[in-house]
Design a protein around this ligand. Structure first.
Ligand code: NAD
Length: 476
């Protein structure tokens, strides 16, 4: 598949390609151009050329284009989901949900278009002031491979509605669904050059975007370390910056919780997308009175998960998205268990043999009694491994929940409002769920505190973040 610049298919100036591997089989699925700085420049110029006309249209008109794009994506959602599963590994049901979720985001922004406005300030004898919201110009978006379709929606929905044009960079390992959607957006009426999608390595194309003087804002989602590099580079070029980085979300289950519901929440929260979700449940804190019952029910459900090629609708968990991710998870678990920093309750192995072929499958894993220095409790573990900790009281649960450098999401499972109040006010996170985990809707502002990031996706906040104010001060 080719890149899309200025509404046309483009290959790389140096003729190099990147293979896209199906993680369930290890086979090459397709290839995309390994973009160079030349294509970054071309994409920025295409976006600059398209800017005046796009920004000059009414916001409702731009909203209609988003709405029509959503419509096209809904029409093709099954085909797009098949591609997403093949390139990323997630079960087809999850892929369908993700593609529909993309349409949902665009429909949300299309829906609020007519209600968006600037501001008026009455200044008495000094006069009046009109505050306009202007687009920023050309915005750059860089995303990872774990939820490529949803993340594309989070970036392009508010940015395009605000009147910006864009250079968009998917992850090298999962760019195909993004490219297919970019093409559908053009068929839906998005003018050439408004959304330019370029593929390539992060250190070349990604950094090229961050350094490019023609790009006014970078919205980056990815790893904490890469985010640090992006921040450093963007800062020296005085760009606006939005960072959505990693997390190690805690789930706290209080003694009065509906245990069945909470067990289902933990299974979905951790093993959805093979555990490769920023807001996955990455640490489980159980009140000691219910810990034993909860753990045995959880073990039963986890051992019943069907792992396999996500293209089958009989599969609950697909492979990890790549060889690197598999090796990283296997090494983490080996390190924890080998050093006595936790007890393996189930899992902890690479899955091989019939049905797994050359895919990157790892068994759903539970680790009990992690030691205080266990890395599962302090770093982001991006795969199907869940540490389980028993806590005697809420104070301990909250202290431990806050004991990482991250703060994206957290959940508490209880019927007791005083527990909810305490967790909501004291746990450091951008979102706290009560009796659920993982769900993010387009209307809810989403983003982290501490080292989970800067800025917010979704809601009105995201639209505002893709605009700047310009004031007209009238003296009569
Ligand atoms: P990554 O940082 O390796 O890559 C993300 C993107 O950045 C890719 O497109 C990559 O090509 C590009 N990139 C790499 N080096 C770059 C550089 N020097 N300059 C500019 N761009 C560069 O991340 P990953 O491993 O693909 O993704 C997993 C991470 O993403 C996890 O930490 C996860 O928690 C995080 N994530 C966060 C959210 C959120 O909303 N907070 C959502 C999804 C994923």
């Amino acid at each position: 598949m080719q890149m899309r610049i200025g509404g046309a298919e483009v290959s790389s100036a140096d003729g190099q390609w990147i293979p896209v591997i199906n993680p369930a089989t290890g086979e090459v699925l397709d290839k995309v151009p390994q973009g160079t700085l030349y294509e970054v420049d071309e994409a920025v110029h295409a976006a600059e050329n398209a800017f005046d006309a796009w920004a000059g249209r009414t916001v409702r008109d731009r909203g209609m284009v988003l709405f029509k794009t959503a419509e096209k994506v809904r029409e093709k959602h099954k085909d797009l989901a098949v591609v997403l599963t093949a390139e990323q590994g997630k079960p087809i049901r999850e892929a369908i949900d993700e593609v529909r979720g993309f349409a949902n985001i665009l429909e949300f922004y299309a829906g609020i278009a007519g209600a968006l406005h600037g501001d008026y300030l009455g200044l008495g004898p000094a006069g009046d002031c009109l505050v306009k919201r202007e687009p920023l110009g050309v915005c750059g978006a860089i995303i990872p491979w774990n939820m490529p379709v949803i993340l594309m929606g989070w970036k392009i929905g508010p940015a395009l509605l605000a009147g910006n044009t864009m250079v968009f960079k998917p992850a090298s390992s999962a760019p195909l669904t993004n490219l297919a959607i970019a093409s559908l957006a053009e068929q839906a009426g998005l003018p050439p050059g408004v959304l330019n999608t370029i593929t390539g390595r992060g250190e070349v194309v990604g950094e090229g975007m961050v350094r490019h003087r023609g790009i006014s804002k970078i919205s980056f989602t990815g790893d904490l370390e890469t985010g640090g590099r992006v921040r450093e580079l963007a800062g020296s070029h005085l760009k606006e910056i939005h960072l959505e980085l990693g997390s190690s979300d805690p789930m706290i289950v209080w003694k009065d919780a509906d245990i069945g519901k909470a067990v289902d929440g933990a299974v979905r929260g951790r093993f959805y997308n093979a555990g490769q979700t920023c807001t996955a449940v990455k640490r489980l804190y159980l009140h000691e009175e219910i810990a034993q019952d909860f753990t045995s029910r959880l073990l039963h459900k986890v051992e019943a998960l069907r792992v396999g090629n996500g293209s089958s609708d009989q599969v609950d968990m697909g492979p990890l998205a790549g060889k690197i991710q598999l090796e990283r998870i296997a090494a983490t678990v080996q390190n924890v268990i080998g050093r006595g920093r936790g007890t393996l309750l189930t899992g902890g192995t690479r899955l091989l043999g019939p049905g797994y072929e050359n895919g990157f499958f790892y068994s759903p894993t539970l680790v009990t009694d992690p030691t205080p220095d266990c890395q599962l409790l302090h770093t982001e573990v991006f795969g199907p491994v869940l540490p389980i900790v028993q806590v005697p009281d809420l104070e301990t649960a909250i202290t431990m929940a806050n004991s990482t450098r991250y703060g994206l999401g957290a959940s508490v499972w209880t019927r007791d409002l005083s527990i909810v109040r305490e967790v909501f006010s004291r746990v450091q996170a951008g979102i706290v769920w009560v009796n659920r985990h993982l769900t993010v809707l387009p209307e809810i502002p989403f983003g982290g505190v501490k080292e989970s990031g800067l800025g917010r996706e979704n809601g009105l906040q995201a639209w505002q973040s893709y605009t700047r104010t310009k004031s007209l001060f009238l003296t009569w």
